[in-house]
Design a protein around this ligand. Structure first.
Ligand code: HSE
Length: 435
């Protein structure tokens, strides 16, 4: 094939970015692909003044692109999971390869879409679905192919990282920073996806499936958002030598696989702790290579376009050499390579930060210490602040050693029953990320 023809659906931020980068870098991209690449059909409900599609066929009905016999690769850049799912299915049924930036679609429907693609002899690629412009899917699938991955931990939602960074650096309030992230276009259409960790969970599931060679299992991810993190937690963490990051963690243990997204205290000296603003980063620990870190823009028009075009070039290379792109090459196992249990959060072992409000009177700390001692949980550090003027309660912050989550939940429930402890206890997991 000397020319590979693309159908591009969606002229939003990513669609427009892809169209423009492809036009701007056409000669380099064609040289790498070994063939010409041309957008022959755009499907979009409306035009976008940010890209000039006047020389291309444009359909308001995006399904016409999926059925267009001229199109070899369909780029699904509309987002969401309703129409996008139908569109990708239609494209597969019409023998098109698909490239998508849609993490929700892959995380929630990837297993069935890949099975359909395999049966139809086409491929569905999704580099842009995780961490924007960072080529992390290719790194796991290709660069680390000779390794056994032990664990990975990533800042994989730019909006959440922007919020936590602004809270730490400028002492700003959560809701104030979220409003700015929305204005800047970082946040999802529904920002609860960002702040409640759903967006990160979508991305984590995709990374874990490739890292551990298993099917996508979105329903098994433990997900906790950042909405309950207060500025004082950010400050206490700092006092203890940590920073709070919203991490997606996938870890292989003897008992099973951990899949979890939650705010995490990590040592301020580690590289991930210094990934700020909307940037993303993924740290991978594997047996042969050791630790590798992948850093870059996790969102935005052209960074995401960069990842979309990497998939397009991969597919086009194969098509130009008359090699059929396959689902097997994507690295997600349709069946787990070895049987793998996803661990319930109660079974996961981490150290923990706890913040509580305690009565400022003798005997309270010994009651607190007794509960930890009875639960066989060892305390690593403890900070008690003086009461604010006019207050009878004082903030108490405790850092525990590593312990099973179920044990810690039970101890926290006991603490909350003490008359000397007011309200709910804030718990944040702690990771050393040192291999
Ligand atoms: N809302 C996402 C983020 C966009 O903030 O990371 C990129 O997936």
């Amino acid at each position: 094939m000397s020319e590979v023809k693309l159908g591009l659906c969606g002229l939003g931020t990513v669609g427009c970015g892809t169209f423009n980068v492809l036009a701007r870098n056409a000669s380099e991209i064609s040289a790498r692909a070994g063939c010409e690449l041309r957008v022959v059909h755009v499907g979009a409900r409306r035009d976008n003044p940010a890209c000039d599609t006047s020389a291309v066929r444009v359909s308001r009905d995006i399904f016409k692109v999926a059925r267009d016999p001229e199109v070899n690769i369909l780029l699904e850049l509309i987002g969401g999971t309703d129409t996008a799912l139908e569109l990708v299915r239609e494209a597969i049924a019409h023998g098109k390869h698909v490239v998508t930036a849609n993490k929700a679609l892959i995380a929630e429907y990837g297993n069935e879409l890949l099975a359909e693609a395999e049966a139809a002899g086409v491929s569905v690629s999704f580099e842009a679905a995780v961490a924007g412009g960072i080529p992390i899917i290719k790194a796991l699938r290709e660069g680390l192919a000779g390794n056994r991955v032990h664990w990975l931990a990533g800042i994989i939602n730019g909006t959440g990282n922007f919020i936590l960074t602004e809270m730490r650096e400028k002492g700003r309030d959560f809701s104030d920073v979220l409003a700015e992230a929305q204005e800047l276009g970082y946040a999802e259409a529904d920002p609860t996806f960002d702040v409640e960790g759903i967006d990160a969970a979508h991305k984590l599931v995709i990374l874990a499936a490739i890292a551990f060679g298993m099917p996508l299992q979105f329903d098994k991810v433990f997900t906790e958002g950042i909405t309950r993190i207060a500025t004082q937690d950010v400050d206490y963490a700092e006092e203890l030598g940590y920073r709070i990051k919203h991490l997606g963690i996938a870890r292989r243990t003897d008992a099973g696989i951990e899949l979890r997204v939650h705010p995490t205290l990590i040592p301020e000296s580690c590289l991930l702790a210094n990934v700020n603003g909307v940037k993303n980063a993924v740290l991978v620990e594997a047996d042969a290579v050791g630790s590798t870190l992948y850093y870059g823009a996790g969102a935005g028009a052209e960074p995401t376009a960069s990842a979309v075009l990497a998939d397009v070039v991969d597919l086009a290379r194969n098509l130009a050499r008359v090699q059929k792109p396959t689902v097997a090459a994507l690295g997600i196992a349709m069946k787990a390579i070895t049987p793998q249990v996803i661990l319930a959060i109660e079974e996961v072992e981490t150290a923990c930060y706890l913040r509580m409000l305690a009565e400022d009177k003798p005997g309270v700390m010994s009651e607190v210490a007794r509960i930890f001692s009875d639960a066989d949980i060892s305390i690593e550090a403890l900070i008690q602040k003086p009461p604010q003027p006019g207050q009878t309660r004082v903030p108490v912050v405790i850092l525990t050693n590593k312990t099973r989550e179920g044990k810690l939940m039970a101890a926290a429930a006991e603490l909350e029953k003490l008359p000397s402890i007011a309200g709910e206890i804030t718990r944040i997991r702690v990771e050393s990320l040192d291999g």
